[in-house]
Design a protein around this ligand. Sequence first.
Ligand code: GLN
Length: 203
Amino acid sequence: MKPHVGVLALQGDVREHLRALESCGARVSAVRRAAELAEVDGLVLPGGESTTMSRLLEVFDLLEPLRERLAGGMPAYGSCAGMILLASKVLDGRPDQHQLGGLDVIVRRNAFGRQVDSFEADLDIAGIDGGPVHAVFIRAPWVESAEPTVEVLGTVPDSPAAGPAAGRIVAARQGSVLATAFHPELTGDRRLHQLFMEIVREH
Ligand code: GLN
């Protein structure tokens, strides 16, 4: 049977993730209510704006149900704003922004600098074969620090263009929670979605 994977559909690049997951063999659905969340085997938290999604999680009464499912071990993959939501702590966030937990890291929001809207780099990602992943960063966070329980999957390579981003953690995994500061849903490369599908299938 196909695993049933949801995409949190309050805001952000929902459609791109649904399409990517579908092409990796998932049965997909958009998740906006607790009843929809209860049905999925795993959930993607898309890129977008974490402060907006945080507010909408409250409006849609999803905050506690989502925290409960994450605490119960539901596989989750957060890209960019999704990674911010999953982090246990955020720097440069809004004071009223909620954290879901699941990933024991401190993330810095808009870390690449406000003037740097986007940045691209080829990254080697642990557990992903077939060469580097072309990573697109859009007003992206990075992981400022991670607990030892977190596996670092990728960092920004040292290059003149990387500036202060060089060496920063931008892909990580803790158990069945996966997170990237970049947006694989915006490129044709499905390897990160495939990795998430493996996590969902194993679970
Ligand atoms: N800067 C955004 C935030 O704080 C994230 C940007 C993105 O998801 N592309 O949520």
